[in-house]
Design a protein around this ligand. Structure first.
Ligand code: FES
Length: 575
């Protein structure tokens, strides 16, 4: 048990507890709100970083949920202050929310640093909000607890369950093939998103919420609770109570985020059949914590961890079913000895103590190590002359015949080029071709958009083809599926080998041996390299220019170079 702080040791004491002219100003402004000294004196000030906004339906409930958090903070003797932050609504933010993940991380860190905050409750869930909030909180280094927004309810269309994203891709392909009507499509539009909350397949949101819980940064079971379930506001209240004690115990992210905790998170990612996007985010989070995690660690651990969660897009069910099956505590119980159960968590207890008493209630939703739904983990990291610093693939979500494949490239210079060509009825393409998209990376996209699940060419869709090998330096939505090879590093925009691929080149994929190879001779590659010219920078000014100047490659977590772990930043002067 940690020694408890005294009120004078609270960070907020410098703003509120001393007797000078500036603190008079701080206290008088709190009184302006109608608060009294009894509300704040000697109490931890809890900053609730809330990513609610009117354009983010995944977070539509977070305005009300912040009140549940505040209730808990008051109950435990803290003083809650809600601070709004950028919402990063995945469906609306263009060109890609990934362009702004680091923006949210900076905003979170500086909101906490510049205000009299002793501990933080981080409210988010829609894809990039989770890593953005966590990265900022790690860099700030005060006690923090994460409140996941939770998944929405199952989608419904004429009695069939619909999954966010995954079923959009699936039925859009059927629509292109002429198999469903405009009326069907319109009905689905009204049925696929039935409540507030995040996407309810094992997309990036569900994956990152679970990973954050596995790291020990959320209450046990929190990440699996559907947003619309009454357990969700109860969890919010409990998080509000807990953060107050975390402040007194000085239970900072640095004390929780050990190499073993990250290994646990990666193993959970694999067992969940999680999103490929998580690799980028977890690498970035670990590096903020001062740990040198790289993509190869994911590959090494994936070989030992099978997929246990039977959830789309790798499996059959949805996150609502996963909750009824016992949720993340049950999945971690199933992983058992594979995890380091001695890791400390936000509860002040170990991971092992947190999952004691968990149960699997629906065995077809959460499988066991003895009966997995896929024998290896969710993600494979391939390297070779086409991706010297690596690229990733989700074998469980691909047609198995593409796990070892050699085919001719059909290369596109950028998204618009691809979009024009792919609809042509006279396109020279076969199901064995390898579709290659360039300039979709961190600098080239820009912001590494989720373009990696390239559409199957229309003439093949009509012929019944539903999967092909596709390679890009972009990402794909965690809700996507197929033989998509992503995150090729270094990216083509900076002259990575992907930039040199020409239509007709042969490309070989060998997932079992983690290999990707461009069958073009060294001499020819050297000739193409010397003829290659870097594209014009995407931005001449503003945030985009700063992004382009400082963004790292996918294998580095796409963090800004100046935000990674380094010298401590002093507390702000108060004069
Ligand atoms: Fe918000 Fe998918 S759109 S989680």
């Amino acid at each position: 048990m940690s020694p408890r702080k005294s009120p004078e040791e609270l960070r907020s004491h410098r703003w509120l507890g001393v007797n000078d002219m500036r603190s008079f100003g701080h206290r008088s402004r709190l009184r302006q709100f109608g608060y009294d000294a009894a509300d704040w004196a000697g109490k931890p000030v809890i900053g609730i970083i809330n990513t609610w906004s009117e354009i983010n339906a995944c977070h539509a409930h977070l305005r009300a949920r912040a009140e549940n958090v505040k209730r808990g903070v008051w109950q435990a003797g803290g003083f809650p202050i809600e601070l709004p932050a950028m919402s990063l609504a995945e469906p609306f933010v263009k060109p890609s929310t990934m362009l702004y993940r680091n923006f949210l991380a900076m905003e979170t860190e500086e909101l906490l640093r510049s205000h009299p905050i002793d501990g933080a409750v981080l409210m988010g869930g829609c894809d990039k909000t989770t890593p953005g909030l966590i990265m900022g909180a790690i860099s700030m280094g005060i006690p923090a607890i994460y409140v996941p927004a939770g998944p929405m309810l199952r989608g419904n269309w004429r009695g069939q369950f619909l999954g966010s994203g995954s079923d959009v891709w699936k039925y859009w392909t059927e629509k292109r093939a002429g198999n469903i009507s405009d009326d069907d499509w319109s009905e689905m539009e009204g049925g696929i998103s039935r409540s507030f909350g995040t996407c309810m397949v094992m997309g990036t949101a569900a994956t990152m919420m679970a990973i954050t819980e596995a790291l020990g940064l959320a209450l046990p079971g929190a990440s699996s609770i559907p947003a619309a379930d009454s357990a969700h506001p109860r969890m919010c209240g409990a998080a509000g109570r807990r953060i107050v004690d975390m402040v007194w115990e000085e239970l900072t992210p640095q004390r929780l985020l050990t190499p073993a905790a990250f290994d646990n998170a990666i193993k959970v990612h694999m067992a969940m059949g999680g999103s490929t996007n998580a690799i980028i985010h977890v690498v970035a989070m670990a590096r903020r914590a001062g740990l040198k995690l790289d993509m190869q660690r994911f590959d090494a651990l994936s070989r030992d961890i099978p997929v246990l969660a039977n959830v789309r897009p790798s499996g059959k069910y949805l996150m609502e079913d996963f909750f009824y099956a016992g949720g993340l505590r049950a999945l971690m119980l199933a992983l058992g000895v594979k995890l380091d159960l001695s890791c400390l968590t936000a509860t002040g207890k170990t991971l092992g103590e947190n999952i004691a008493g968990a149960n699997i209630f629906l065995p077809d939703v959460i499988h066991t190590l003895a009966d997995p739904i896929y024998p290896e983990g969710a993600t494979a990291v391939l390297t070779g002359n086409l991706a010297p610093r690596g690229c990733v693939m989700k074998p469980a979500a691909a047609d198995k015949r593409f796990l070892k494949h050699r085919g001719r490239a059909l290369a596109f210079d950028d998204y618009n080029h691809m979009a024009r060509e792919i609809e042509r009825d006279d396109l020279e393409v076969t199901p064995d071709h390898v579709l290659v998209l360039k300039n979709a990376g961190p600098k080239g996209g820009p912001g590494m958009p989720e373009w990696g699940m390239l559409p199957i060419p229309k003439k093949l869709v009509k012929a019944g083809v539903r999967d092909m090998v596709r390679i890009s330096d972009g990402r794909m939505s965690g809700t996507s599926y197929g033989a998509c090879i992503l995150h090729v590093a270094p990216e083509s925009f900076v002259g990575g080998p992907l930039a040199l691929v020409a239509t007709g080149d042969e490309i070989e994929i060998d997932v079992a041996n983690r290999r990707i190879h461009l069958h073009v001779g060294e001499e020819e590659l050297a000739r193409r390299r010397s003829a290659w010219r870097p594209p014009e920078p995407r931005y001449g000014r503003g945030y985009g220019a700063m992004f382009s100047a400082h963004i790292g490659q996918a294998d580095e977590g796409c963090d800004f170079d100046f935000l990674q772990a380094g010298a401590a930043i002093p507390e702000p002067e108060i004069h």
